[in-house]
Design a protein around this ligand. Structure first.
Ligand code: FES
Length: 265
């Protein structure tokens, strides 16, 4: 006698929780907008300040101190419509491009300015139609970050030289508050630059074995140090941004006579 199969029970669906009284796609109740707002204010303020200082073309040197916005000082004397071209125009594009293509800053300003999305768990505002990520101009330029890193290292070397010169007062070693500010600035810039994702890849990427040779072990130990810096990349990104502005403001304050450098010895 053939056995009759029992009918399968109808699939059960887990009941959905009631829809929250928030816009579609929004899953957060906290003040998620504070972070993108602060980012927009700080980065927007920096862009305005850097542009103004570039075109001011004055008050960038005092004694042994040379503003990082104008270093290395390239003076051509070229004039356009009676305006002497600022040396900062030749320098700033390199560190600015390095920051603009930085993996961390990309996340920060995509969220702050494009709201794409503005935070985790918050839906995008703009339509994604036609969105091509970083495969088309202008965002495809983000892929040049590793080349920007090479230029950033050269500029960093020059800024280290400036920081050493900040201890040279008319041929004698001295120490002013400015010397300490210059030193703190290059240290923070180094922590930011050498925590770069591109540098992390260069130091330890494309390897199958970290212990197979002396060179591989050296690369592994370098990679570990870079990884350590990279874990706090966002912190160094912000601190070094503030220190560059503070250093420039300090030199400008001295050059305009608004403040005086305190000599410790
Ligand atoms: S990823 Fe931030 S500087 Fe390279």
């Amino acid at each position: 006698m053939a056995l009759k199969e029992a009918p399968l029970p109808a699939p059960q669906r887990t009941p959905r929780p009631p829809a929250p009284n928030r816009p579609s796609g929004m899953q957060r109740k906290d003040a998620w907008w504070i972070q993108p707002l602060l980012t927009a204010l700080v980065l927007g303020g920096f862009a305005i300040y850097a542009t103004w200082r570039t075109f001011e073309n004055a008050h960038y040197r005092f004694g042994p101190y040379l503003s990082p916005f104008y270093s290395p000082e390239i003076v051509t004397g070229w004039k356009v419509f009676g305006w002497t071209i600022s040396p900062a125009l030749f320098i700033l594009p390199f560190p600015l491009f390095f920051r603009a293509t930085c993996y961390y800053y990309r996340k920060a300003y995509y969220r702050a300015f494009f709201w794409d999305p503005p935070a985790c768990g918050v839906s995008e505002v703009a339509s994604r139609r036609g969105y091509s990520g970083e495969r088309e101009f202008p965002f495809v330029l983000q892929n040049l970050h590793r080349y920007a890193f090479y230029f950033a290292v050269i500029i960093l070397g020059i800024l280290w030289w400036d920081a050493l010169l900040a201890f040279d007062f008319h041929g004698k070693i001295g120490l002013g508050v400015g010397s300490l500010i210059f030193l703190a600035n290059v240290v923070l810039l180094s922590l930011y630059t050498f925590g770069c994702h591109a540098w992390r890849h260069l130091s330890g990427g494309c390897m199958n074995c970290f212990s197979c040779s002396g060179a591989a072990k050296t690369r592994h130990s370098l990679w570990e140090r870079v990884t350590h810096l990279n874990e706090n990349h966002a912190l160094w990104a912000w601190l070094s941004l503030f220190s560059v502005v503070l250093t420039d403001l300090y030199v400008r304050g001295l050059a305009t006579g608004a403040i005086h450098d305190i000599r410790i010895f």
